[in-house]
Write a protein that binds this ligand. Structure first.
Ligand SMILES: Cc1cc2nc3c(=O)[nH]c(=O)nc-3n(C[C@H](O)[C@H](O)[C@H](O)COP(=O)(O)O)c2cc1C
Length: 332
């Protein structure tokens, strides 16, 4: 699968952009574990233009993460154009590697974003969505622009098959579709049938990346085989389980399931993640922001409550590494 000139190979598996989850430390880790491409957390276009430090910092990426897309969102066309230009020049503005592509978020269902017409709110104004996309594509002619969206606003307006064509016609280089409507939020099961329909449309030639509920190598294989997508994107199933990329890719290649990682292997990954987080954010932020990940690494361990509490409350790095070592010896 190719997005513009970015060659992601056969049946690529991408890490979904997730706010407060896919920071640079997690992105590096997932790349090391086999993710073919990663994205930043979504960056507000109005924040970028106001030069808000937090928004700018979100555009800072590193070579180890590449290929990487910077994702932007917003509902004001001029702001989106300006934000796309900034994402294009992210290496100069925020330092680091910059962006290999600019992705537009038209999928976020959160009320404060969709309610204002940004994210999946744009699914109620498809003409405006297409116009913003066109303006963004024209603003960064040397960089691939992609879109990530949903099936539609609600059950009565699943417009994605027609919309996909319109977005392709204004020049996007790939489309990611999460198989839910805005109104479904994250409830129910993702419906991949319309994603399959986009692929059946003979007019479509850009890569289609399917997203929603892929949590096993078998589901990944089904997504490629049954719905014909060019790539898949994995989100929540990566929490505390970044090796899922390795598992999926191995299964796609060989049809065999890898054994579950041992506790020692999980500890080693958690340590690697913690090290990256500390290097990126320092103390104590590097520890605070790891907390949501840490307990996920050890889900299912028996009698873990007390250790878990210690692990997610300590502010001392040495103590935290000590707890991880203890987990390793306690659960051999
Ligand atoms: C905590 C969280 C944060 C998310 N943040 C973003 C985001 O910043 N940009 C985006 O396009 N999607 C975001 N999403 C949606 C995911 O990218 C993905 O589309 C969704 O989780 C469905 O895929 P999954 O079933 O594999 O998790 C987020 C999802 C979660 C759970």
């Amino acid at each position: 699968m190719k997005i513009g000139d970015i060659d992601l190979g056969e049946r690529p598996v991408l890490l979904a952009p997730m706010e407060d989850v896919t920071d640079a430390s997690f992105r590096v880790l997932c790349r090391e574990q086999g993710a073919d491409m990663v994205y930043t957390e979504f960056v507000p276009s109005d924040g970028l233009i106001r030069d808000a430090a937090k928004a700018i910092a979100k555009m800072r990426t590193s070579e180890e993460e590449a290929p990487i897309g910077i994702q932007i969102y917003g509902h004001i066309p001029e702001s989106m154009v300006e934000a796309a230009r900034m994402a294009d020049k992210a290496a100069e503005i925020a330092g680091g590697h910059g962006s290999d592509l600019v992705d537009i978020n038209f999928g976020c269902p959160v009320s404060k974003i969709a309610g204002r017409g940004a994210g999946s709110g744009m699914m109620r104004e498809p003409d405006k969505m297409v116009a913003i996309t066109k303006a963004v594509v024209e603003a960064v002619p040397d960089k691939p622009v992609t879109v990530k969206t949903r099936l539609g606003w609600d059950d009565n307006s699943k417009i994605i098959v027609e919309l996909a064509e319109r977005l392709q016609d204004v020049g996007i280089k790939a489309l990611t579709v999460h198989g839910r409507t805005r109104c479904q939020l994250y409830k129910g099961e993702a419906d991949w049938t319309l994603i399959g329909k986009i692929k059946e449309n003979p007019r479509m030639h850009i890569p289609i990346i399917g997203n929603g509920d892929i949590n096993s190598p078998q589901k990944a294989k089904e997504a490629f085989g049954r719905y014909g997508v060019d790539g898949i994107m994995v989100g929540r199933a990566t929490f505390g389980r970044p090796w899922i990329f390795k598992e999926i890719k191995h299964f796609l290649r060989t049809g065999e399931l890898l054994p579950e990682p041992s506790v020692a292997e999980r500890v080693a990954l958690a340590k690697r993640h913690l090290g990256l987080s500390l290097a990126l954010k320092g103390q104590p932020r590097g520890i605070f922001e790891m907390r949501r990940h840490l307990s996920c690494y050890f889900k299912g361990l028996p009698d873990f409550k007390e250790t878990r509490m210690k692990m997610v409350t300590t502010t001392d790095v040495d103590e935290l590494y000590g707890i991880l070592d203890y987990i390793c010896t306690r659960y051999v």
